[in-house]
Design a protein around this ligand. Structure first.
Ligand SMILES: [Zn+2]
Length: 270
């Protein structure tokens, strides 16, 4: 599933091809995504010039003069830059055309979204209640300390709550807690200031390392057929049950926490 790093890499990959460009057409082959693509999408967006390509959580916002084209990649979506006339394959549901190039959404599982929002996109119902950006200044040790006071929930579940901080999915929550040396089940309210600071740093480092690892796949966004922008990573604990910890050699454990698998090192994470 595309997580925040893949979405950010997608943003960086397609930005040079859309910034300052005017949308000249939209081809919808299948509008039945997680939310139905508006019937009049072409009328809404043709003629709009992209002023900024912004990411909020896992949403890509193509900010134009009159509003924003909102794109979510769902469970399996990917965007590529293509020649508008190149033949569409199965699952290539939508093209947004910019003159001589186009963005093509491929989404086999159709959990993605392509929507138009007039005016200020931060007020869109899907975006208005999102928590802070993990790579932004608002996600600070002080913020995490304040937010966790009196919370009896496990720290991992709190980290994965998009109403508090966006884009920390299961993989990155597991990896960040390992880097910070914090047990995933620790009650959030018991986190010291010092551990909050360590965890904030660990979340940022984990996401930035993933973005850096995916950077080498940037070329895939252009005129490529396979292309997803997803990439293989080297995890410390995620999906490594019973394998030796890369730091201390203890066997990695797995536990079910709030419906999700939590991987941790019993020695490094107390
Ligand atoms: Zn260990």
């Amino acid at each position: 599933m595309p997580e925040l790093p893949e979405v950010e890499i997608t943003r960086r990959g397609v930005e040079p091809f859309v910034l300052g460009k005017t949308i000249t057409g939209v081809a919808v082959r299948n509008p039945n995504l997680r939310q139905r693509v508006p019937r009049n999408i072409a009328r809404l967006v043709v003629g709009q010039r992209v002023k900024r390509l912004h990411r909020r959580g896992k949403y890509l916002l193509f900010e134009c003069d009159a509003g924003a084209l909102i794109v979510h990649l769902g469970m399996s979506g990917s965007l590529r830059v293509i020649e508008p006339r190149s033949a569409a394959r199965k699952h290539d549901h939508i093209d947004v055309v910019f003159g001589r190039s186009a963005l093509r959404l491929r989404d086999p599982r159709r959990f993605g979204m392509v929507l138009w929002n007039r005016g200020d996109s931060s007020r869109h119902p899907l975006l208005a209640r999102l928590g802070v950006e993990p790579l932004g200044e608002d996600f600070s040790a002080e913020f995490l300390y304040r937010t966790t006071r009196g919370r009896d929930v496990g720290i991992k579940q709190l980290l994965m709550n998009a109403g508090i901080v966006v884009g920390v999915g299961n993989i990155y929550a597991n990896e960040s807690l390992f880097r910070a040396g914090i047990h995933p089940r620790l009650r959030a309210g018991r986190l010291s200031r010092e551990r909050c600071a360590r965890l904030v740093t660990a979340v940022r480092e984990t996401l930035l390392a993933a973005i850096a690892a995916g950077g080498s796949s940037l070329r895939d966004f252009v005129h490529s057929d396979g292309a997803s922008g997803y990439f293989q990573q080297h995890y410390y604990v995620y999906d490594r049950a019973a394998l030796p910890c890369r730091v201390c050699g203890s066997a990695i454990r797995v536990a079910r926490l709030g419906q999700r698998s939590s991987y941790y090192c019993p020695t490094c994470q107390s």
